[in-house]
Ligand binder design. Structure first.
Ligand code: GTP
Length: 240
């Protein structure tokens, strides 16, 4: 129903929740903090590994709808692994990050996503992010041949498809694809939220209609008659 951003240009403020929680997950060193900070503050610097999690907020506009993204940057170090699911609570979207130059982090991204799915509702918005593509571009693939790089990207795309997720290649360092991934998340969250509102509105309308519908009234009366008769029957027979 909402095929492009223009469809979201109506006055939709009434649909918008105040904050939408987005969790950013993936193993240590893939660039989660760098992506979040690049997106929110447009900066790139070296960070010490995240402890537990930290969060940043950013207001984004989709069409003329403002949305507040509450971005949770989780710790990727193994010692925090048991803690990460605590941050999944009420998350509406997840960005699973891996390092495009490190196959091991892709395998771990799959594990992270499977783990996430055990803790969140089915309709969570998921994105897969291959970060550090600047290294691939600058070194022309390093030890990997172009065919091998293409194959890796194809594997990531297939993986994303399997989970109905969007796939993005990013570089927090060179600011490639960073706005795009968060903007896409915001757009999909807004669509989902509007669909849910429409569904609830339709249900409310149906309920309202049913109250003035003769068939519904007859059903109500008939139920009431059954209820009264059963009470009468109960009175007549008595108890014990
Ligand atoms: P944890 O907090 O331990 O989970 O790590 P993280 O996933 O948050 O990684 P972080 O953002 O701290 O980045 C790890 C290292 O990768 C740092 O040295 C960053 O400078 C570097 N890095 C992050 N993103 C990029 C990128 O897009 N390109 C390059 N070349 N380096 C990056």
């Amino acid at each position: 129903m909402y095929n492009n951003e223009n469809d979201l240009d109506d006055d939709n403020e009434s649909y918008i929740p105040t904050e939408l929680k987005v969790v950013v997950i993936g193993v240590s060193g893939v660039g989660k903090t760098s992506l979040c900070v690049r997106y929110v503050h447009d900066e790139f610097q070296d960070f010490s590994p995240t402890i537990g999690a930290s969060f940043l907020q950013k207001i984004v506009s989709i069409g003329n709808c403002p949305l507040c993204l509450q971005i949770w940057d989780t710790a990727g170090q193994e010692r925090f692994r048991a803690m990460t699911p605590l941050y999944y609570r009420n998350a509406k979207a997840a960005i699973v990050v891996f390092d495009a130059t490190d196959d091991h982090t892709f395998i771990q991204a799959k594990r992270c996503l499977q783990d996430l799915k055990k803790h969140v509702p089915e309709d969570i918005v998921i994105s897969i992010c291959a970060n550090k593509i600047d290294i691939l571009k600058n070194s022309k693939g390093g030890s990997s041949s172009p065919a091998q790089i293409d194959q890796k990207l194809q594997d990531a795309i297939d993986f994303a498809k399997q989970y109905k997720a969007a796939f993005f290649q990013t570089s927090a360092k060179d600011n490639i694809g960073v706005n795009e991934i968060f903007q896409d998340v915001a757009r999909r969250l807004l669509k989902m939220h509007m669909k849910e509102n429409e569904r609830q509105l339709m249900m409310a309308k149906r309920r309202k209609n049913s109250e003035s519908n003769p068939y519904y009234i007859e059903r109500q009366n008939s139920l009431e008659r059954v209820r009264l008769n059963s009470v009468k029957e109960y009175d007549r027979v008595g108890c014990c």
